[in-house]
Design a protein around this ligand. Sequence first.
Ligand SMILES: *Cc1c(COP(=O)(O)O)cnc(C)c1O
Length: 456
Amino acid sequence: MKYHPMTDLLSDAATRAERYVAHIRDRRVFPAANDVAALAQFDEPLPAEPADPAEVLAQLDAFGSPATVASSGGRYFGFVTGGTVPAALAANWLAGAWDQNACLRVMSPIAARLEDVVLKWMIELLALPAGCGAGFVTGTTAANFTALASARSAVLARAGWNVEEDGLFGAPPIRVVVGDEVHASLLKALQLAGLGRSRVERVAVDDQGRMRADKLPPLDANTIVCIQAGNVNTGAFDPAEDICRRANEAGAWVHVDGAFGLWAAASPKYAHLLRGIANAHSWAIDCHKWLNVPYDSGIALVRDPAPMRRAMTTSAAYIPASDEREPFQHTPESSRRARGVELWAALKSLGRAGLCEIVERNCRQAKAFAEGMRAAGLTVLNDVVLNQVLVDFGGAEETNRVIAAVQADGTCWCGGTQWQGKTAMRISVSSWATTDDDVQRCIGAITRASTTRSSK
Ligand SMILES: *Cc1c(COP(=O)(O)O)cnc(C)c1O
């Protein structure tokens, strides 16, 4: 294959991508049924012969683009979903062309250097202790796993056990304490780390899902306490200051699942929610959420990098020894893409002020959603302390009907959940692209869906 046609192909890709981005606000948020059905176009046997790359791209755009969820367009409020800020998307394209392997410094000086820079900036932004270690992983599930593997290593090393060499069979027991509202991904991380999802000690939570510090069991040096900064339903924060103080007195490890909530640190108005968080021992954060970089991107941070390196490292004769921070010594993966490039671009282009503006705007918009719902006579189930809103439309059946109607309407997309025995619609405002007009338009679409009963 000739190399120079790459130029035309990349220009074509840029043109198509520009068109996609330019029209994302004009289209349905969830694709129309016929566009999803047209994905049958891709069901073909493995091609026996090569195809023209231009045709490959044309097929992808013609049938793939219409079947995407317009989650980067500003009116997507499902799960906790960010869009992508322009500098991060552009950097992602350039980094794609670079095709760097971020495993080792010698494989990509630029990938390693930007991880160093982003780590320094993140420590400053989140006000964490200097000298933290960090792994640049795919998201918070992987970050929780990476941090818990580090915690496991530290706790067992203190008990005289080398878990990396000898595994968990016969090891001194580790206690794991979680809140009743622990995120599913943290349980998955425990299951991957051999700590088990069911042998945890669960702590009661209050009406917002916050762990009750007064219900904590006695802690000791064999305990890992997993707290949450930002409940996925209510946005509420576990009382980190109290819990970290007790844990530190007992010599226990505290891990913070802060997938989206840790970004509150960017705003002086919301940073108080994180009081005491820097006294924990590890933290997991998602960058594809509130930092608004492309998928997939999260960071595991650990106060003491030594157990992280023990847990994640490997060695082989062909891997050069190094005195510098080697990216692969901090992640479950060896070869991986240079996702630090987008993090650098996002942080550089936004600065502290730009990130603060996104966080504060989204929180203000969540409050506007809550007010709009209440004005329509609907019930908001949570205290809107951050960017999450839970709406009850009058019982499970009616709430499920409205969620389905909103999703079918296509103006926006919201999902459902169960909150303390009640069925609710979740509205999560996490995108840089969401305007106040979007919010008003979506309040209109949701309240319309709640008042317009489908004819039976
Ligand atoms: C999103 C989220 C996760 C999981 O993150 P992924 O990036 O999907 O792996 C974990 N914890 C919380 C609180 C979350 O909001």
